[in-house]
Design a protein around this ligand. Sequence first.
Ligand code: SF4
Length: 729
Amino acid sequence: MIFGRRKPKPIVIPTKPVKEWKLATCNYCSTGCSIEIGVDESGRVITSRGDAKADVNRGKLCIKGILEHELFNSPGRGSQPLVRTRFQDEFQPTDWDSALDLCAGKIKEIQQKHGRDAFAVVSTGQLLTEEFYTLGKLVRGCIGTNNYDGNTTLCMASAVSGYKRSFGSDGPPGCYEDFEHTQCLMAFGSNLPEQHPIIYWRLKEAREKRHFPLIVVDPRVTMLAQFADIHLPITPGTDCVLINAMLHVIISEGLQDQAYIDAHCNGFEELRALVADYNPIQAQHICGIDEDLIRHVARLYARAGAAMSIWTMGINQSTHGSDGVANINNLNLVTGNIGKPGGTSLSITGQCNAMGTREWSSCSGLPGYRLLERPEHREEIAKFWGIDPEFFPQKRGLTQTDIFPAIESGEIRGLWLVATNPMTSMPNLGRIRKMMEKLDFLIVQDVYEDVETNKYSHVYLPAAVWAEKEGCHTNTERRVNLTRNVLKPYADSKPDLWIFNQMAKRFDNGRVIHFPETAEGAFNEMRELSKGEGRTLDISAMTYDKIEAARGIQWPFREGMDGLRGEPRLYTDGRFQTADGRANLIPVRFRDNNEKPDGDYPFWCNSGRVVEHFHTRTRTGKIGNCNKFSPTPYMEINPDAAEELGIEHMSYVRLVSRRGDAVVLAQLTHRVPRNMVFIPFHFYDCVNRLTLGLLDPYSRQPAFKQCAVRIEKVDQLEAARLNRERRAF
Ligand code: SF4
């Protein structure tokens, strides 16, 4: 018998009449894929493809990247500035000058009445780096509020904080090429195939060529866990206990790299004393991983010639995220796995340009990893910009997660949100909603007029989407890549750089500081500021043409360096950015401070991403196929727990926490343990109605992934109606 068609009819994809391919970098996740966007004879964007010459993605893209060109014409785009006196009123269209005059006037009025810091600015990880630098100049140099932060506090603040505490500076020390050299990889709370699909593809390819153990630490059987050699289904929030127990085994069995520790680290005796308390026999009862398995992975990791750790939000979004990062760094320092091929502590960044904002936006200090706390840094930047150094505050102000409570207390009266959507992304949304309603003045600057937070604004400023502008992103492995201007901005929307420049003209210092009109002009200022003996963040040898030719260059790339390749790794000489050049081993004691399941709320509520969507669906919710594959909020629940509660697959349920409730569809799966549900965080009015979001004491990042809920049955017809309404929003 013959199976299949006798005459095969392969699917034929019609050739698209592309006249020119233009280079862009994907504007979703931090992988940093290069995209070529195809433009036809009439200048219309008609398709896109992965760039085969780019080392990062080697011609591949995930579903989001391959459909990204559809953003140019997606629904809901803002076409002109809008204003209203009260957020309950109808918006009125206006022109740019009137809108910007109103904004500048209100900012000054609030600052005069209530002090400079009473107006806050919260940005994003989605702008281009030149725009971040310009926004920093505007906020630090002209507006002068110290309450300025990025939404990266929701995703990468703990990685930044942990790197600074261990190595004296931010900056991921490794690169994707390390997959090709490592002999053991441990992934903490990172589901690469869904979060960073092309990084996962690089890892998978490396393992297909040369198998090495992959150990995945995650309370859920994620897609990455399914591909792992060893899965450690850890109790939520106990990663410090697991790592301390691994360090206990490594040190008590003499498996540490003592020569590396002696030459390059401080604090070994303190760390040794602390981890002595974390015998795997006791630790197993806290972290939920049995003692033999702890010993096995500790030995495997320490005995590998080169071992590396990666992590994402499972570590960062925690009440001890910064400690978790410092402890991963401890593991790699103690085993001599920093700065060598295949040996590294590599945070997989969240947003496409979270690195760009960390490097240049001045959110947490001054441009180029400079600090407000250091007088010489304030002097240097003030001189470069031509203003009085006394204009700068002498220490960092509030983070995003502290700015919102300061609205509640009346300390902050006005807010400017740039490409961020707190009405979906912040924990405990019921409380955030009240804060938004309390603001005297709210500016929302976004590509989309229908972004949820815009319901509360007084002024809406329509921004251009990514490739309607020009500039750079920095990816997870410190690679700076370019996006060329592909199309003119939609309708009367404007590039963010233009908006910041125009706003600057309305402030006294804006007439003193030079604001280049082009992105390349701003980039050249950044290059100048990056020069300096011993600086890691050095981009002085980069130019747009070189970046385009190389399809991305990693920093440091110093003047005098030949070719088109920056340094792939940091700290290769064992010298760190601390005062004495040695890394800090930081003892991390476990603090059990999460909200945990109990009799009233018996389930852990865990959250994360799905591959089709990015963040709050502002963009992917508009892209037909992304939305078709993942159209509705759902929760994963273990079939045994579902049976006990009488919940059927694909029926609606209500989840209730101490903060609020949310209605979702139930998906029965063994991916989650019996006492946990998992909900994608992308959807409006969903998981963040439930979350508590206790803050990490160092990074101020919220613990999105650890809270307690109960499950109730709901009327199915009513729930379906609610769900339709939510999808129509
Ligand atoms: Fe874009 Fe990330 Fe997908 Fe690459 S992996 S195409 S950067 S979303």
